[in-house]
Design a protein around this ligand. Structure first.
Ligand SMILES: CC(C)(COP(=O)(O)OP(=O)(O)OC[C@H]1O[C@@H](n2cnc3c(N)ncnc32)[C@H](O)[C@@H]1OP(=O)(O)O)[C@@H](O)C(=O)NCCC(=O)NCCS
Length: 206
């Protein structure tokens, strides 16, 4: 049983990855088009790496360093992943996501990321959520725009992947400016850890 809560949106269920998901994760992230625009996904994707990655999620959550949601269709099929890395010192989170190739272009990244933003602002009481994409990956920039994020910076040759330097575009969103727009995700209370004292104080102040 995972401590990661279950969020429900109109078309998707977001919950924790389980070890039995590892094979499907490897199949989806094994596509070169997924690895190409993500800094931490190697290509070819090594056998067994997904199981290691999934095992790390509980530690991250326990330490308050972040969480990764499996993005699923209602029949439990994995569509992708959306997650937050938390920098508690700054009450800031960094949003990241990937969607499996067969599911591109159907609005799933935007729908899942929006639910993750709501959760980050409310449950983790974040003040700001940022996200970055390789400038050569405009589809990801479009997702950030659709989420209402503001383009804050263009960084030239800011990251290196497989020996090549890449320009990066940074987006940010302040909690005060966030409009969930779509219906709020339904959070399963049974599996959600209780909000922190800081979160409760922040939510009372709204
Ligand atoms: C980026 C990614 C998550 C988008 O997933 P998705 O579910 O297809 O995204 P959505 O359908 O919610 O939105 C995609 C938007 O980008 C647009 N788009 C797609 N290709 C584009 C391109 N080459 N240039 C500009 N916009 C593009 C789509 O038209 C859509 O916008 P619209 O709704 O206004 O038409 C997916 O392509 C992916 O996983 N890529 C590889 C991993 C990755 O890039 N992760 C993000 C790292 S920052």
């Amino acid at each position: 049983m995972t401590l990661i809560p279950t969020l429900r949106t109109d078309r998707l269920v977001l919950d924790g990855f389980r070890l039995e998901d590892a094979e499907e994760v490897e199949r989806l992230v094994g596509e070169e088009q997924i690895a190409r625009f993500t800094l931490n996904i190697p290509h070819p994707y090594p056998a067994g790496a997904a199981a290691t990655w999934i095992a790390e999620h509980k530690k991250d959550l326990r330490r308050g360093q972040g969480l990764a949601f499996a993005v699923r269709l209602p029949d439990r099929r994995i569509v992708g992943c959306v997650g937050l890395r938390i920098e508690r010192r700054h009450d800031r989170g960094e949003l990241g996501y990937w969607i499996g190739l067969p599911f591109w272009g159907q609005g799933y990244a935007t729908e899942a990321a929006r639910a993750c933003l709501v959760f980050g602002f409310e449950h983790f009481a974040l003040h700001k959520i940022v996200a970055s994409h390789m400038t050569s990956n405009p589809a990801s920039g479009r997702v950030m725009e659709k989420l209402g994020m503001t383009r804050e910076a263009e960084r030239l040759q800011h990251t290196r992947k497989d020996g090549v330097y890449h320009d990066q575009t940074d987006y940010g969103l302040l909690r005060a400016s966030f409009e969930p727009r779509a219906a709020r995700p339904e959070v399963s209370r049974r599996s959600a850890p209780p909000p922190s004292g800081r979160a409760r104080r922040a939510l009372r102040g709204r």
